[in-house]
Each structure stands twice: as structure tokens, then as C-alpha cells.
Design a protein around this ligand. Structure first.
Ligand SMILES: C[S@@+](CC[C@H](N)C(=O)[O-])C[C@H]1O[C@@H](n2cnc3c(N)ncnc32)[C@H](O)[C@@H]1O
Length: 274
């Protein structure tokens, strides 16, 4: 398989039409209970309401940063960082329209080299960033550097090696799962590496919180996901638009017939610096 261009890793190079598809997807996904609940659960575990300075890396449209800023008990400020200027502008617009601009701000930057002061945050989160990174260990080192000694970090992402959509033919399902995963994610096994990476970066794990996103019979959450995959996956250069569209047709046909099976596991790691 050729080296893939995970579209979420190269958001600074994508055209605006593709980024608009991504914005729509991130907003639908972020507001869905399958995603909002695990976020709320790990923020509770981090005791986020008593943190005064929070950093959200790979913030995208600011789903997590805005959720923190909107919490009734939260009185601090949130800084969201993303490598795409276009997504940062979208995040600012959403925050303005939700009247959250006093608590949250967004800047363009690379999580591998933040240019932020050491020990300047009480909490750092990365919400579905790590599976897209060039160098996850470097980003963990940055998270560790900018955290205050009593600070807390959280990494939430899909265990994308577990992402699967069953088609009528099992062997074709396996091949298409592999191609879709390689088209959308740089590090599909990153959450399985996280215990080692966190330890090496000087973190101790406080909690690991799994969430299983499985739909059987009819697709609802996964329907909007695969529809956006149809537009994003071909950017990676593994599948053509025609192959991706045919795959989406098969997946949605299974849903229409009530025989859909789609699933992925997600995990939140909550950790503190040692
Ligand atoms: C899957 S999206 C997640 C966005 C948001 N956290 C959410 O869950 O809705 C991944 C985001 O990480 C950003 N990103 C990827 N690599 C990055 C890097 N090295 N530094 C900062 N942002 C990065 C992308 O631009 C994209 O917005």
C-alpha cells in the first residue's frame, strides 16, 4: 500500500471545499451523544472545572474547547491550537455565536513545537489528535513541558485499528477496512502504544476510559461518518473516488436492509506528570 496522506494530518494543505466537509463532520460528530458523553466523562475525571488554564491541542472547530468553556462550573480560560488556519477561523466563529469568546480563544500552531511557556497550563487535552500525528512522542513531551507540576493531561482518540464495517463478503470487508483506516488515520494503533509512550514522556496514568461505538442493523452515527469518509478518504491517494463511493453504497445498502454492522472502540487516557 502506498504512503497515505491522512487528510486530518495535512489540514494546512487542503482546499476549502474539503475543509468545509471536515468542519461539517467534526461538528456533527462532536455534538452526537456517542462523542459528547465520553468527552464529558473524561473532563469530569480531570476535575476540569477547578482548572484555570486549559490547552486543547488539535482543536479543529473547537468542539472540546467550547464544551469546556460552556460548562456551568468552569471559570477558567481555554486556548485551542490547530495547524489549520481555516479550522481556527471556524472555531472562532462558533465560539462567537455561542457567546463563549470571553473564555476560549483559538490560535494556529503545530502541537510538535508549541511556542508556549513551560508550566503554563493546569490541564492539556488532545481530542482525536494523536492518531493523526507525525511524532506522537514529541507532542507528549510538549504536553508534559507546558503542564504545571500538579496539572493533568487527557488523550482521547479512536482505536482505529478496531474500526470495521462489514459488507456481504468478509474478505472484501477486511480489505476495505484496511484501506479506509489507512486513508483516514496515520497511527491506527496509537492508543495501544499509549501506556509506553506516556511512561516514557514522564506521565503516570490515572484512568483509562473505553467507549464502544457500535451500531448493528441500521446506521445512524456511522451513516454520517461514512458519507463524510466518501469525500475525505480519496484525498489520501489509496482509494479512488469511485471505489470509495461504491463502498459507501454497500455500507448504506446494508443499513437500508437492516443488516449493517459498524464499530470502533475509543479510549480516553487521563494522566498526571510525575
Ligand atoms: C480529527 S480532527 C479533531 C478535531 C477536534 N479536536 C475534534 O475532536 O473535533 C484532528 C485535528 O488535529 C489537527 N492537527 C493535526 N495535526 C496537528 C498538529 N501537528 N498540530 C496541531 N493540530 C493538528 C487537524 O487540523 C484537525 O483539526
Amino acid at each position: 500500500m502506498p504512503a497515505a496522506l491522512d487528510p486530518f494530518r495535512i489540514t494546512d494543505k487542503l482546499d476549502e471545499n474539503t475543509l468545509d466537509v471536515m468542519i461539517g463532520r467534526l461538528e456533527v460528530r462532536g455534538h452526537h451523544p456517542y462523542f459528547a458523553k465520553p468527552l464529558s466523562d473524561y473532563l469530569d475525571r480531570m476535575e476540569i472545572d477547578r482548572r484555570s488554564a486549559v490547552l486543547d491541542l488539535g482543536c479543529g472547530t473547537g468542539i472540546a474547547a467550547r464544551a469546556i468553556a460552556a460548562r456551568p462550573g468552569f471559570e477558567g480560560t481555554v486556548l485551542g491550537i490547530d495547524r489549520s488556519d481555516y479550522l481556527v477561523h471556524a472555531a472562532r466563529r462558533f465560539a462567537d455565536s455561542e457567546k463563549l469568546s470571553g473564555r476560549v480563544r483559538f490560535e494556529c500552531g503545530d502541537s510538535h513545537a508549541l511556542g508556549l511557556g513551560a508550566a503554563s497550563f493546569d490541564a492539556v487535552i488532545a481530542h482525536t489528535l494523536f492518531s493523526h500525528l507525525d511524532d506522537p512522542a514529541k507532542v507528549l513531551a510538549e504536553m508534559r513541558r507546558v503542564l504545571r507540576p500538579d496539572g493533568v493531561a487527557a488523550i482521547f482518540d479512536g482505536d482505529f485499528a478496531s474500526l470495521t464495517f462489514e459488507l456481504a463478503d468478509a474478505e472484501r470487508s477486511r480489505r476495505m477496512d484496511d484501506a479506509i483506516i489507512a486513508s483516514l488515520v496515520t497511527n491506527p494503533r496509537i492508543l495501544r502504544q499509549m501506556p509506553r509512550l506516556l511512561k516514557d514522556a514522564g506521565f503516570a496514568v490515572d484512568a483509562v476510559m473505553p467507549a464502544i461505538v457500535t451500531e448493528v442493523g441500521t446506521a445512524e452515527y456511522w451513516k454520517s461518518a461514512v458519507e463524510s469518509f466518501a469525500k475525505l478518504a480519496p484525498k489520501a491517494g489509496i482509494l479512488s473516488e469511485a471505489e470509495t463511493t461504491a463502498w459507501v453504497g454497500e455500507v448504506l445498502d446494508a443499513s437500508a436492509q437492516g443488516v449493517f454492522f459498524g464499530s470502533s472502540v475509543y479510549y480516553a487516557y487521563v494522566a498526571h506528570a510525575v
